[in-house]
Design a binder for this molecule. Sequence first.
Ligand SMILES: [Zn+2]
Length: 190
Amino acid sequence: MADLNHTIKVKARCTFKNDKGQRCKTMTTMTHPFCEDHTRSELGFWIGQSTVPNAGLGLFSSNKYKKGDTIVEYAGEVITTKQYNERYENSGYGEYGMTLGTRRVIDARKTSSGLGRYVCDAYGSEHKKNSQYEEDKGKIHIIAIRKIKPGDEILISYGKEMRRAMGIQPEKSKKDKKKKKDKKKDKSKK
Ligand SMILES: [Zn+2]
């Protein structure tokens, strides 16, 4: 999900203010609304290389959560399904879209959408998913489904339906991955 090639990078100044009302001067592209340091100190999250192979960046938490806790919102631009389809029918870059009911989609393609967009699908990881999407009052939250320890990556299952809506290729089964095609022998290397 966190394939940065398809994201729209938004650069903005960190919104953190100290006790004296002085605003942080650091610019951020990835961790809106705060810079990396203040995302850690204020929210308890950081973005790092995902533990899921080839998944790109992932979301890690320095907090602990118990089952049922809200971890983070999956935020973004709320548009209609029709607008969403028109936006991505040609490019196929709709992997940040999350269906909201049947008529709306949350498009988190912009990096300013918040941290929920960095949560990776646990598929292919040695870790189990520890969260799930839950819709409530026109918002989608990422909720803990098991105990999460400080330092753990937040992992989820996008689900088949969601994947399709998101324009992600269906998962290859482990069988397919292991299947080796007959290799052509390189005759020039005799
Ligand atoms: Zn800051």
